[in-house]
Design a protein around this ligand. Structure first.
Ligand SMILES: [Zn+2]
Length: 148
């Protein structure tokens, strides 16, 4: 396992604990094997201390590891396995990824809407559509381009 396989971004992700178990193990193994990589890690840590690891860079990197909307939905329904659950907890609560937090809030709002209200809204929508269609039919007797 060549240490050159470990990128700087991976080291930062490692420091953020944002890697999968397998990747973490791979990075740790590479760190054990390579003094050069250990130096790179120390350098990465110093960069972070100096704030050189910008928020924008963090954002771009973290964005790549975002869970899918389906995973977020499963998270809300609490049907994730433990590993996924840990990861989403970390991503949402520790990293606080703004993209996923917004996505989750959106899903939550959808789920929390009481079913009867959603049904009622749909009923009204169809009713008003029906009314609209009827109006169209009544007012466009001589209009050959009938809209549906
Ligand atoms: Zn995210």
């Amino acid at each position: 396992m060549a240490m050159s396989e470990i990128t700087r971004e991976q080291l930062h992700a490692y420091l953020d604990d944002a890697l999968s178990d397998a990747e973490t193990a791979r990075v740790e193994q590479a760190l054990r094997d390579s003094e050069t990589l250990r130096r790179s890690l120390r350098q990465a840590m110093q960069e972070r201390d100096r704030g050189e690891h910008s928020l924008g860079a963090v954002w771009r990197r973290e964005r790549l590891t975002c869970p899918t909307r389906e995973q977020l939905g499963s998270y809300l329904l609490q049907v994730l396995d433990e590993g996924e659950l840990d990861y989403l907890d970390f991503h949402l609560n520790t990293i606080g990824c703004p993209y996923c937090v917004a996505n989750l809030a959106d899903l939550q709002a959808l789920q929390q809407e009481p079913a009867p209200r959603a049904r009622e809204r749909r009923r009204r929508f169809f009713q008003s559509s029906a009314g609209y269609l009827q109006d169209c039919r009544e007012t466009k007797n001589d209009d050959p381009t009938r809209r549906k």
